[in-house]
Design a protein around this ligand. Sequence first.
Ligand code: 5GP
Length: 135
Amino acid sequence: MASIFSKIVTGDIPSYKIAEDENYYAFLDINPLAKGHTLVIPKMETDYIFDIEDEQLGGLLVFAKKVGKAIESVISCKRIGVTVIGLEVPHAHIHLIPLNTLYDMDFKQPKLSFTNDELAQTAEKIREAFDTIIL
Ligand code: 5GP
């Protein structure tokens, strides 16, 4: 059965899309730890990130780098935290989280909630920035 994230890629489940290419997809986390908290996934479904073949894995990180640069150009933060957990959704994904303190990466913290308009605006700004980033 397709994962939730595969259904997001196909559009069967809606998402606030940030960026997409042939192999990768980035979208806002539905339960963010920070404004701009984004997930980056390979379109090819693999549960555990370290089971991804080397070239795909390298490409995922480079794609995440471009997304991270776009986020940090839009969201005020010291840097973008990068983490992989994967205990909830069995489709490999990288969390990109705007950080000002160590606690911003604490997944035990209450998640933030934004209106649909706020999420749409945030996604649009990051999406526009992504198109201007040259690595
Ligand atoms: P993890 O698997 O890394 O432990 O956590 C999965 C992450 O995916 C969580 O941060 C959760 O909020 C996010 N997530 C789970 N389901 C959805 C969904 O349907 N849409 C979006 N945008 N994010 C989701």
